[in-house]
Design a protein around this ligand. Structure first.
Ligand code: GLN
Length: 485
């Protein structure tokens, strides 16, 4: 059961071969066997999941209409609010937070009759690239438990790659869906900014954050995005545009496909095996009639620096609310008002979050704002203009999702700059508000997955899915499974 895709599980239920409750039980059993190794989940409520699955079966038996994800277990990054269920964002400061409402994406999952199977581990407030910044536990890569799963949505990626859930939701501010998808050998998609509502998503950097799907296949990812996308007046940046029927068109190849290949995505620091796998994937597209076009993204060398100013600036502002008075953990130590704020924050936030708050506060401070924050916004605009120009010449831009495969736990934890460099190929997509997708494109000689990144113009998710599927359908990378209990 746990080897099947969501698409297969849906049709097996339609043909009455299996019941939703059997599916949920199978994944819960996998969670019990594999969590000691993977540590992907922060919270699993078996009884509640079984209840939801039973309700789906009852609806089916009564002949009532069913949602598009009926009976499919979905794991959710612990940064999305689920009413009454502890939601921590991976932080001690929210250790006891039980949201009084559902995030929009959660409402949509429930309306689609999906089963919420658990909340997944993440870097604290989604800041990180390895999930090691979680205040609670270290998630392992299903392909090699000595390695990180990527981050910040590492729990969601490991859960799907490790067969603990067929689908999961993550968030991507600078690569946190695409990077762990690449490192865990699955499909991950960051939608266009505004495609999915951020209502009920605990904010990191509000101008960059997007919710998106993880799945083992492109078609499954398309189903999950279709379920959660769409307009929501409670998020003023949510866009009022119809949601295409992504899964219906996913098998239609794109004719006359022009693939932009920016040399800036193949520079220093790119691992040889990753480079070779990505080049081989490009060749595969060529064999199927696509044309490779050299495009230039001349400002991409500055994107990482701009990202690491804009994201911390927004984070320092968003995280100001967690002061032990309005929100979050309150210190037990006796102190005056300011002392209570600083003690509570000092105890509640981990070292990376504190670093971001300090960077963000500095780049916004009077006297430095123009030199840093405003300059970074100007660079952001130039990065966006590079893409606008490139997409006049091509339908999609391709390159590696990450410069290397998954690194060992602990390898970059004392070196923030090395950690930040893991995001060198993913951040420009967020700065420009584009949709981006990572699809498996091979393995290193030591058996670690490699991801191919596809970027498209705003709101071209449908095209991205079709282009990714063209490649997936002629390779068998997504059919491989890690060895797990
Ligand atoms: N790794 C990047 C960071 O630490 C991106 C994180 C994300 O996309 N949430 O900021």
């Amino acid at each position: 059961m746990i080897e099947k895709t969501a698409t297969e599980l849906l049709s097996l239920q339609d043909s009455k071969s299996i019941r939703a409750v059997e599916i949920t039980e199978a994944f819960l059993a996998a969670i019990r066997r594999r969590e000691p190794t993977l540590q992907a989940f922060l919270h699993v409520d078996e009884a509640a999941a079984i209840e939801q699955a039973k309700a789906v079966d009852a609806k089916r038996e009564a002949g009532q209409p069913l949602g598009a994800l009926a009976g499919i277990p979905v794991a959710v990054k612990d940064v999305l609010c689920v009413k009454g269920v502890r939601t921590t964002a991976g932080s001690r400061i929210l250790e006891n937070f039980h949201p009084p409402y559902h995030a929009h994406a959660i409402e949509r999952l429930l309306a689609a009759d999906a089963v919420l199977i658990g909340k997944t581990n993440m870097d604290e407030f989604a800041m990180g690239s390895s999930t090691e910044n979680s205040a609670f536990q270290k998630t392992r890569n299903p392909w090699n438990p000595e390695r990180i799963p990527g981050g910040s949505s590492g729990g969601s990626a490991a859960a799907v790659a490790g067969g603990e859930a067929p689908l999961s939701l993550g968030t991507d501010t600078g690569g946190s869906i695409r990077q762990p998808a690449a490192l865990c050998g699955i499909v991950g998609m960051k939608p266009t900014y505004g495609r999915v509502s951020r209502y009920g998503l605990i904010a990191f950097a509000s101008s960059l954050d997007q919710v998106g799907p993880f799945a083992r296949t492109v078609e499954d990812a398309a189903r999950l995005l279709e379920a959660v996308a769409g307009h929501d007046p409670r998020d003023s940046t949510s866009v009022n545009r119809p949601v295409p029927a992504y899964p219906q068109s996913v098998n239609q190849p794109v004719n006359g496909l022009r693939i932009g290949v920016p040399q800036e995505f193949f520079g220093d620091g790119l691992d040889g095996e990753v480079n070779a796998a990505v080049r081989a994937a490009l060749k595969e597209y060529e064999t199927r009639g696509a044309t490779l076009v050299d495009v230039s993204l001349p400002h991409s060398p500055y994107a990482l620096a701009a990202y690491y100013i804009v994201a911390p600036a927004e984070a320092s502002s968003n995280l100001a609310r967690f002061d032990g008075m309005h929100y979050g953990h309150r210190t037990k130590r006796k102190a005056d008002l300011i002392g209570t704020y600083s003690q509570s924050r000092g105890e509640g936030f981990g070292p990376e979050v504190k670093r971001r708050i300090m960077i963000g506060t500095y780049v916004l401070s009077s006297g430095y704002k123009d030199a840093y924050y405003v300059k970074a916004l100007q660079v952001r605009r130039l990065v966006k203009q590079d893409f606008d120009r490139a997409f006049e010449q091509c339908d999609v831009i391709m390159g590696p999702t990450t410069p290397t495969a998954a690194f060992p736990l602990g390898a970059k934890q004392d070196d923030p700059l090395a950690m930040y460099l893991s995001d060198v190929y993913t951040v420009s997509c967020n700065l420009a508000g584009l949709p981006g997708l990572s699809v498996p494109c091979g393995f290193t000689s030591s058996g670690l997955p490699i991801g191919l990144q596809l970027l498209a113009a705003p709101f071209e998710e449908e095209k991205l899915f079709r282009i990714a599927r063209m490649y997936e359908s002629v390779t068998d990378w997504s059919a491989r499974r890690p060895a797990l209990p």
